[in-house]
Design a protein around this ligand. Structure first.
Ligand code: CIR
Length: 253
């Protein structure tokens, strides 16, 4: 059974790190409701959800994706690029330990899981303000023995690689071409986001299904044309913290 690890919204989320968007008031009650609906969507798609203890002192701790990379064989605990987020990793390591052998990214390298997109045996890593070239090299050394190829991908004007590109069905990627060069993904079928929907490239694959944010109707219509019918979730409050749908879970397939 697919396992999803999540953690509830911290009551201090208003103090979250922001890089590319203006700070605007977050409705905490609504954020909690939206997160609960996200957890329900994971359950309805067949996941066993492990909900970790809340971390009230860690504003960004709902965004568990950034703290680990989970592969079939191992998990790699990251060293998040934002210093305020580094304390998030210890509880994640404890949660993953029963399921995977653990490796880690070590100082001085930094890496956010949001920069890591695995497609088959390829692992694309965004070269972002959060993820260093040294981390790409470390990750390569850790995963090459398990048969993965690591490919660094420059990104611009966005937080993470998965803000710019995600896999939406086997061999099909959804891309925001303003933020990543689509040519890096030429071997896949490519769906571009609608030009008016800047933040529409982040979708979460769960087995053969897709979780997708409400509010990107034109890009959603493009997904439909490929026969992809996503489960929609409302994430307006998490978007104000620069999060979206991939960032709120770690999926152990
Ligand atoms: C941060 O800047 O680290 C958080 N406010 C948002 C992290 C979102 N993570 C993700 O998309 N993987």
């Amino acid at each position: 059974m697919t396992i999803a690890i999540t953690r509830g919204v911290s009551p201090s989320i208003a103090q979250c790190v922001l890089s590319h968007i203006e700070r605007s008031p977050i409705d905490l009650d609504l954020a909690v409701q939206q997160h609960s609906a996200y957890v329900r969507a994971l359950q309805e798609l067949g996941c066993k959800v492990i909900e970790l203890e809340n971390e009230p002192e860690l504003p960004d701790s709902v965004f568990v994706e950034d703290t680990a990379i989970v592969l079939d064989e191992i998990a790699v605990i990251t060293r998040p690029g934002a210093p305020s987020r580094r304390a998030e990793t210890s509880s994640i390591a404890e949660a993953l330990r029963p399921y995977r052998s653990l490796l880690s990214i070590t100082e001085p390298a930094t890496l956010d899981g949001g920069d890591v997109l695995r497609i088959g045996r390829k692992i694309y890593v965004g070269l972002s303000a959060r993820t260093s070239q040294a981390a790409v090299s470390q990750l390569r050394d850790l995963v090459t023995p398990h048969g993965y190829r690591v490919i660094g991908v420059p990104i611009q004007h966005c937080l993470h690689l998965k803000s710019a590109v995600t896999e939406v069905a086997a061999g099909v990627v959804l891309i925001q071409p303003q933020w990543v060069d689509a040519a890096a993904f030429a071997e896949y079928e490519i769906i571009l986001v609608d030009p008016d929907e800047l933040h529409a490239a982040n979708a979460l694959r769960v087995d053969q299904e897709l979780i997708y944010p409400e509010g990107f109707a034109r890009t959603e219509a493009r997904l439909h044309r490929f026969g992809i019918k996503p489960t929609l979730v409302a994430v307006s409050e998490l978007q104000k913290a620069e999060g979206a749908v991939t960032c709120c879970s770690l999926i152990l397939a």
